[in-house]
Design a protein around this ligand. Sequence first.
Ligand SMILES: [Fe+2]
Length: 318
Amino acid sequence: MMPHISGLELLEAIRATAHLKHVPVLVLTASVDRETKPEALQLGATDFLTKPVDRAELIPRVRNALQMKACHDQIREYSKQLEQTVKRRTEEIVASRLQVVHCLARAADFHDDVTGQHVARVGRYAGLIGEELGLSPNEAHLLELAAQLHDVGKIGIPDSILRKQGKLTPEEFAVVQQHCAIGKSVLDRQDDRRWTPNGELSDTQSPQTEEPSTPLLHLAARIALSHHERWDGDGYPSGVAGEDIPLEGRITAVADVFDALSCKRYYKDAFPLSHCFDLLEQGRGTQFDPVVLDAFLRRKEEIVGIQVALADSLPRTP
Ligand SMILES: [Fe+2]
């Protein structure tokens, strides 16, 4: 019978203390009433002995309690290590996914006239617009990644057309337009068609894969197909208008055009930013969704910040 605090109250306090929670507690008591033992076990006592203590019984019970604690510590340590390993592997997978997306996007860009940071900038602009339009941080991040792949279909367009200096013939422009459908085909695992080196769809289809696209690839495929559609229906490849164009396509359209206007290409200088914003404004309600354009303009300061932070060094020569 301790002064100030009873053994059971002490036990309760030990079990409520995080770093003592798993310490074995043997209750030794002189109490002989029937309630004490079940109450002590209920409160988390590891074992219960009554006084006078029998040394021959006490020592093996203490040993058992310590062995149990050692096993418990091992399991905790193992699960902690396992948790860290899973966390590290997950981070590696996320990082490699980002890198693969970026490499794939850049692979297509190397084919085109644009320089290294084009896809990263378009992705960031699209993510910001998405955020402004109320997408959750996760959705905006997914959009940022997916938008980087908007032109991946250019990988299927011949260099002679894609990097031609001077005006494209109508036939050549028709081939360039195929990059939307090729991009969709590259990214959509249910659309496993073959494309000829001239950007034409081959008659023979390879067997469809049964594995569905991840949300990222699904989104990227929709963007690849729709980022040249126009709000007024005069875009390509489908000529759909207004809200029939997926929102992510309308967002990427603004981001992509702004980047093309504001950056130097081998056939043009970068336009001053005020002129870029004026040109986008001229496309309000015709080329661009006014709601998306407003969202873009509301984040103008951050857009300009990204444009500066991710500026290209020197444009590649054709
Ligand atoms: Fe494009």
